[in-house]
Design a protein. Structure first.
Length: 133
């Protein structure tokens, strides 16, 4: 597999992550509201708005002209929602159905997701081959 194909695989991972996550905001709304840290106002509205953002971004990733801007937005978004994962990790008693190990793994996945978003949404270096059209 050539590197450009790996970039598209990374792009697919990012797209699926946010598409599934976006849908989950509407399917499991109560769960998402529970993970919003208490210092964030209007948690229900935040869950809906972020769900819409995730769905729109997942689709917009496939337009090459928008890809890097959408990637930048998703990178910033992911950094901004990381406190929810930290909140869950720091308060495992509030989430008894999720093991502390899973809560820790989520933080690691958050970092890997950031790397994947950045790498997959950037123009390949000049020497990197592109897939044939």
């Amino acid at each position: 597999m050539k590197l450009p194909h790996l970039r598209y695989a990374g792009l697919a991972v990012v797209c699926l992550w946010f598409a599934i996550g976006g849908v989950a905001h509407f399917v499991a709304t109560a769960t998402f509201v529970r993970i919003v840290p208490p210092y964030v106002p209007f948690p229900l509205q935040v869950v809906y708005v972020t769900g819409v953002f995730e769905l729109l971004a997942a689709v917009a990733l496939w337009w090459p002209r928008w890809r890097q801007s959408v990637g930048n937005a998703l990178f910033i978004f992911t950094v901004c929602v990381t406190p929810a994962n930290v909140y869950m990790f720091m308060n495992p008693q509030l989430f008894p159905n999720i093991s502390e190990t899973v809560l820790g793994v989520r933080l690691i996945l958050q970092v890997l997701l950031l790397v994947c978003i950045w790498w997959a949404t950037r123009e390949p270096p000049v020497g990197e081959l592109r897939p044939a059209s």
